[in-house]
Design a protein around this ligand. Structure first.
Ligand code: COA
Length: 145
């Protein structure tokens, strides 16, 4: 499976560059806005999907939520690779890691336009969530592991 945890410095750079390009730059957010304080926490698991040519084509992360709960954030697939099963592989990688950690539930705040993707992977909408940058409505979703 071409999903791995980034280790090399070049992979980490590509990881954050893709997160920025897909999730922040289109809304004119400054470089650095793609980073979260707990990215470096030992309890955060990062996933990177590598294309056959070696380039990084997708990223995502898992971090702790409430008791027995994990949260998926920052799922981003490079535009040329969207719709080719990359997001599914990333999410299944993080779900396997969450089960390995003994977690019983995953939650996430999905962009409304991506909610159908998560529903396809077994997540259910709980309630409307925040609106990012004043224009991107989110929904809270969850899945039993
Ligand atoms: C949303 C995203 C992560 C999905 O990853 P992806 O690699 O494009 O999705 P996959 O090819 O793995 O799709 C898996 C299934 O979900 C479906 N799907 C994918 N995106 C969808 C969407 N936006 N709405 C509804 N269904 C979707 C696919 O058709 C596929 O269905 P299938 O099992 O019947 O073939 C990716 O498109 C992306 O990065 N989009 C831009 C950024 C974004 O919105 N990130 C999520 C922030 S919460």
């Amino acid at each position: 499976m071409p999903v791995e945890t980034p280790l090399a410095a070049a992979d980490w750079a590509a990881y954050y560059q893709l997160r920025y390009a897909v999730l922040r730059q289109p809304w004119q957010q400054p470089p650095g806005s793609e980073r979260a304080p707990d990215d470096d926490a030992p309890t955060t698991t990062h996933a990177l999907w590598r294309a056959p040519d070696g380039r990084v084509g997708g990223v995502a992360r898992l971090s702790p939520g409430g008791p027995g709960q994990g949260q998926v954030r920052f799922m981003a697939v490079a535009p040329p690779w969207q719709g080719h099963g990359v997001g599914r592989q990333l999410l299944e990688f993080l779900e396997a890691e969450a089960r390995r950690q003994g977690l019983r539930e995953l939650v996430l705040h999905a962009r409304a336009g991506a909610a159908g993707f998560y529903q396809r992977l077994g997540y259910a909408v709980v309630e409307p969530s925040h609106t990012l940058f004043g224009v991107i409505p989110h929904v809270l979703m969850r899945k039993d592991l």
